[in-house]
Design a protein around this ligand. Structure first.
Ligand SMILES: Cc1ncc(C[n+]2csc(CCOP(=O)(O)OP(=O)(O)O)c2C)c(N)n1
Length: 409
């Protein structure tokens, strides 16, 4: 796959920079109306959007990012998306029934995540935020393990080093620093610099791009060529803040300012997400990173189950994005190509229902954790301070046992 130059150079038709070193983008400052129109161009995502499958399910080709996909591979991507959506909807229902404290919906972002997740090699390392249930699925994490976080019974019950998938990060953008540090470690370990090398990928939202941690990670990664893919899911909203309040230029163009490659992909197109992420990871493995990917998508549900999006966004915006549903377009293409029949779709649906039933069962039967568990795995090695906190807390709980009538916990 070739390496397009257009993200680091002024485009054809762009005015020349007035002074050497001043990027053309700053020479002609757009009006506020142009900024908003460009950022919220919800029909297409702009001229630079990489798309391989249209919302109507039509396969289109791209000069730099085309991929060959077999019927079996595409059926697999479809299955992934249906299953993670079903798990997400079940989790949402479980929260509504009081089984989870909160839930962070994935609805609408399945293609961005499954495309990126299936582009990874086993040795690559992933740093998620808190909505990456689809990427977790691709790393072999049982959705019930994610539910345990939102039920409050665990901080994340997988081993990040084994799964090559870090724990969820709730502090916005903080994982960009962890990812940058990890990627530097890969460089120091000498596992970067050839096609079989390793790479790191970090996921964050459009709102996170306003956080200092994200900038620091990008500046450092650019200066030291850290092999990290910055994967921004621009779902248009940071809770109630629209993307135009976060940036004056399309987010992928910011990469130019840091000095690395940036690209915008249709985040509702699983093929495009797969192709672009594959390319970006290979850039990093070969020592040509970092890369910023802006996956242009939409959060179709609330920010979390504690949020009411009807207070800040219009219903017709949602209706427009429903027409670009990431799963439907793959289904149309599969049918059109005669790569799948009704039996296949019914079997995926049955599998999804079975997954949801198992998820519900596991969720309601999760044992409460022992009180001392929260002091475990905080650091790789236990500290004296944590030991003391644990001892103090256990003796506090013992106080209840002796003072309560009956004397039992
Ligand atoms: C440092 C920090 N500031 C504020 C918050 C509160 N907060 C939680 S989610 C969120 C919005 C994040 O939006 P975005 O980065 O676009 O990601 P999305 O949730 O849309 O995927 C905010 C401000 C936080 N968790 N951490």
């Amino acid at each position: 796959m070739s390496s397009p130059e257009y993200w680091t150079q002024p485009r054809a038709g762009e005015p020349d920079a007035p002074h050497p070193g001043v990027p053309a983008a700053t020479a002609a400052r757009p009006t506020a109306e142009q900024v908003i129109a460009g950022l919220r161009e919800t029909d297409a995502g702009g001229a630079d959007l990489v798309q391989l499958l249209t919302p109507e399910g039509e396969r289109v080709h791209h000069p730099d990012f085309d991929i060959d996909i077999t019927a079996e591979e595409l059926r697999g991507l479809y299955r992934d998306m249906v299953l993670v959506r079903r798990a997400d909807r079940e989790a949402n229902a479980l929260q509504r029934q009081g089984q989870l404290g909160i839930w962070v919906p994935l609805l609408g972002q399945e293609a961005a995540q499954i495309g990126a997740g299936r582009a990874l090699n086993p040795a690559d390392m992933v740093f998620p935020s808190y909505r990456e249930h689809g990427v977790a699925w691709c790393r072999g994490i049982d959705p019930a393990q994610i539910l345990s976080i939102f039920r409050g019974t665990d901080h994340g019950s997988w081993n990040p080093l084994e799964k090559r998938f870090h724990l969820y990060t709730i502090v916005i953008g903080n994982q960009c620093l962890n990812a940058t540090g990890y990627a530097m470690g890969q460089k120091f370990d000498g596992v970067v610099g050839d096609p079989d090398g390793e790479a790191t990928i970090v996921f964050f939202g459009d709102g996170a791009t306003s956080q200092g941690d994200v900038h620091e990670g990008m500046v450092w990664s650019a200066a030291y060529d850290a092999p990290v893919v910055f994967f921004c899911q621009n779902n248009q909203w940071a809770i109630s803040e629209p993307v135009e309040r976060q940036t004056r230029v399309p987010l992928y163009q910011r990469a130019r300012g840091y000095g690395f490659k940036g690209i915008r992909v249709d985040g509702n197109d699983v093929l495009a997400s797969l192709a672009v992420t594959r390319w970006a990871l290979s850039e990093c493995r070969n020592g040509n990173g970092p890369v910023l990917i802006e996956a242009f998508t939409y959060r179709m549900d609330a920010h979390t189950t504690s949020d009411d999006p009807t207070r800040y966004r219009l219903a017709d915006e949602l209706e427009m994005w429903k027409l670009k549903d990431p799963i439907e377009r793959v289904k149309v293409y599969l049918v059109h190509q005669q790569w799948a029949d009704s039996e296949f779709f019914a079997s995926v649906q049955a599998e999804a229902d079975e997954l949801a039933a198992q998820l519900r069962d596991k969720c309601v039967h999760m044992p409460d954790p022992a009180p001392a568990q929260m002091f475990e795995h905080v650091y790789s090695e236990q500290t004296a301070q944590l030991d003391k906190q644990r001892a103090d807390y256990l003796s506090y709980l013992d106080g209840f046992a002796t003072s309560a009538p009956g004397g039992e916990h």
